[in-house]
Design a protein around this ligand. Structure first.
Ligand SMILES: [Zn+2]
Length: 319
């Protein structure tokens, strides 16, 4: 393991800031708890600390399945950042349409965020998953952490370590920037998650979060919450992060059009099957019928209904 990363780690139980690497374990010097290192990635969770074999076994299996550490893809040319929005869409989210107001909003926000982070800054991506944002932070020291479960659909092989968002294994005031992007709906205890994010940030450090107000249930059964603007303000302020700005990703009409389109696309297919001609034709019909509404919603996007976005984009600083 990298020396610098080990130096930033702390024991999640006794909070001691010295861990030693030995025989595929990270060992806490104070309480002697052993955290296993699998394929170069330490598992720093409560189950590992307490040697709860039933709970830690699936994590070890999932981590063992991550055979190759994929390197974060390099920029294909000098990143002038003018192309960042294009990069974001073409490389990171190829399946999403950049004409969708909420995705183009996110492209703009991510672009602004990356530009504002100085070279060499320490960036922690909490719930990093596939570490897609790592590609945008190559001028920084980027650390990705998540809990890994066996998944054919997602490639977690770029994460640096396994940990729980509500018990981060890092020393206080370690990071300049913390990312919490579409994670808050998946954590059992949002309060604790924000408190931990604040703890590992340096004073004046920035937290960025992307939090859904409305989204269909996803990643079952790990989908627990949706948040209003005022709920976000309360949780952040209460736990030591001062809100610098909360913006909705799009207006109400786009949210409505987006959902009608989503329902139209999935319902007949679900009912008749993907290969059934009737289902496919019905889907085509619905998409065609909805297209004027989609076009109008796109055009009038931010004109009204700011209290009904799909996501909130949050920027906050540690007090
Ligand atoms: Zn300890």
């Amino acid at each position: 393991m990298e020396k610098e990363l080990i130096n930033d780690l702390s024991c999640i139980v006794c909070k001691n800031e010295r861990l030693i690497e030995q025989d595929n374990f990270l060992i806490c010097e104070a309480c002697q708890r052993h955290y296993p290192i699998i394929q170069g990635r330490p598992i720093l969770t409560a189950a590992a600390a307490e040697k709860n074999n039933d709970a830690v076994k699936p994590l070890i299996e999932a981590a063992s399945a991550l055979q190759n550490r994929h390197l974060v893809p390099q920029w294909e040319h000098d990143p002038s950042f003018d192309d960042l929005e294009n990069y974001y869409f073409n490389k990171l989210f190829p399946h999403f349409n950049r004409r969708d107001p909420h995705w183009s909003f996110l492209g703009r926000k991510v672009s602004e965020m990356v530009k504002s982070v100085p070279k060499g800054a320490k960036v922690l991506d909490i719930g990093a998953g596939e570490c897609k944002y790592g590609a945008l932070f190559q001028h920084c020291k980027y650390v990705g952490t998540d809990l890994v479960y066996s998944s054919d659909r997602h490639d977690f092989s770029r994460i640096d370590l396994l940990s729980d968002a509500s018990a981060l294994p890092f020393c206080e005031e370690t990071f300049d920037v913390a990312l919490n992007l579409v994670v808050m709906e998946h954590v059992p205890d949002p309060d604790l998650t924000v408190r931990e994010m604040a703890r590992v940030l340096k004073v004046g450090g920035l937290a960025y979060a992307l939090i859904p107000l409305v989204r269909p249930e996803h990643l079952p059964p790990f989908d627990f919450h949706r948040f209003t603007r005022y709920g976000i303000e309360r949780i952040f302020e209460k736990n030591g992060l001062q809100i610098e700005g909360i913006e909705g990703s799009n207006g109400a009409l786009w949210t409505a059009a987006y959902y009608l389109n989503l329902i139209a696309q999935t319902t007949p297919l679900t009912r008749f099957g993907r290969r059934n001609l009737r289902g496919v034709l019905l889907n085509r019909f619905w998409r065609f019928a909805l297209s004027p509404l989609m076009a109008y919603a796109r055009w009038s996007n931010h004109n009204y209904g700011s209290e009904f976005p799909i996501y909130y984009w949050v920027r906050a600083s540690k007090k």
